[in-house]
Each structure stands twice: as C-alpha cells, then as structure tokens.
Design a protein around this ligand. Structure first.
Ligand SMILES: Cc1cc2nc3c(=O)[nH]c(=O)nc-3n(C[C@H](O)[C@H](O)[C@H](O)COP(=O)(O)O)c2cc1C
Length: 211
C-alpha cells in the first residue's frame, strides 16, 4: 500500500483526534512503522540525548496479553500496533555515542563533544531520581506527540494512553527497571472517527508578559 504523506501541517494538526475504534483487518507494515518512528525521533530532547525507547507490540497474542493490563480498552487489540514509549533513566550514558556521531558528521568539534559528554555524565548522572524522571517525561511527551502527528500525516490514527497498570505492564513485558513508562500509543486505521473535543479559550490560558 502506498501512503500519501500530507504536507499540510495545519490539516494534520486539525485532523488528529484520539481514535478508539480501529479496523482490525489493517496491518501496518514494519517499514511504515519504522518511518513514523524515525520521523518521531526528529523531536527535540534535552541536550539531544534522546532518552526515548520504544516497544512496538504488533503480535496479536501480545496485544491480547496487554488488553487486561490496559483496563480492557479495546483499541489495544484492534489497532494495528501498540507502541509503548519509555524514558531510559540511564539515557545520559549514550552521550559518547551521540556526540561522536555529531563529530563524525562534521556538526561538532572534538572539543565541544568532550564538553557535552562531560555535562551529560556529571550533570545528569548526579541528578536526583525525580528530576531524572521529569526530564525523560518531557522528552518522552515530545517524541510521542511527533509520532502521533507523523502517523496522521500518513492517514493513520492514534490514541495516547495512560490508562494501564504500569507495574503489571513492566512485569508482563520484561521492561527493564531503568525504563520509565511514558505512555502507550495505539496506532492503526480508524474504523470510526475520534469524537470531537473542545479546548479552553486562549484568554483563559495565555498571559502576555506577566502572569
Ligand atoms: C497522557 C495521556 C493519557 C491518555 N490516556 C488515555 C487512555 O488511557 N484512554 C483513552 O481512551 N484516551 C486517553 N487519552 C486521550 C485523551 O482522552 C484525549 O487526548 C483528549 O480527550 C483530547 O482528545 P483528542 O486527543 O481527540 O484531541 C490520553 C491522553 C493523554 C495525553
């Protein structure tokens, strides 16, 4: 199946709604999922350390296993896949790898790399657990949003899900201790459109220059 990628950002943003009814007969290909994941990871992250990790659950038996853990939300089994987004609480250990690649690509000098690696090791490693979790949740939210928009631009739909038992999920899917659950994202072809939702008016949520 060839997928048209929409170039109209406004349309993509406006047409994204959380979809909870999926056509179970539509199976996205690994290539399509990888394209979406790749585009999602172009999101910004703290010091470009990319703490996000993903588990793509597309095997039907595994989706069935997830169903009760996700409080029987049916999109888990009907969507083409469920993508678990994690934040690696040891994310800063990839600094050497990431910044060396930047040097190899000519984006960064060796000296700047050494500074960045030092910051990653000294600043992030010594942070308290709550601050570490906050960082991976911020970056995890950004990559998740970008994933959902990338999917929509390809004619697919998603629903972000916080409604699952995080402890049971980690047990059932052998999630390492240092992976923080961010959210699950069901992804696939809508069988029914998402219900319309409202947003607070700007004058209730935006202040200009002072709060
Ligand atoms: C962090 C997060 C967790 C959510 N968890 C669930 C969930 O478990 N099940 C569900 O059906 N929708 C879930 N939603 C979807 C929201 O209900 C939805 O985004 C909101 O109502 C706005 O609708 P829209 O996404 O269609 O614009 C979640 C959304 C977010 C951002």
């Amino acid at each position: 199946m060839s997928v048209q990628v929409s170039q109209d950002f406004h349309q993509v943003v406006k047409e994204r709604h959380s979809v909870r009814y999926y056509d179970p007969s539509v199976k996205m290909t690994i290539a399509e999922l990888e394209e979406i994941l790749h585009e999602a990871t172009l999101a910004p992250s703290s010091s470009n350390l990319q703490p996000w990790r993903f588990l793509v659950i597309e095997d039907q038996a595994l989706k069935e296993k997830l169903l009760p853990i996700a409080f029987n939300q049916k999109q888990v089994v009907d969507a083409s896949a469920v993508i678990a987004v994690f934040g690696d609480l040891k994310w800063y250990e990839r600094g050497e790898q990431i910044y060396s690649a930047s040097v190899d690509a000519g984006y960064m000098t060796e000296e700047v790399k050494q500074q960045f690696v030092g910051t990653a090791e000294n600043v992030y490693r010594n942070m308290d657990e709550a601050r570490k979790k906050s960082i991976v949740h911020i970056d995890g939210g950004l990559v998740s949003m970008q994933l959902m928009l990338s999917a929509r631009a390809r004619g697919y739909d998603t629903v972000p899900m916080g409604g699952f038992d995080g402890v049971k999920f980690k047990e059932a899917f052998n999630v390492p201790e240092h992976y923080e659950n961010i959210m699950l994202i069901a992804i696939g072809k809508a069988a029914q459109p998402g219900r319309p939702t409202v947003r607070l008016p700007l004058d209730q949520i935006v202040s200009w220059n002072e709060l």
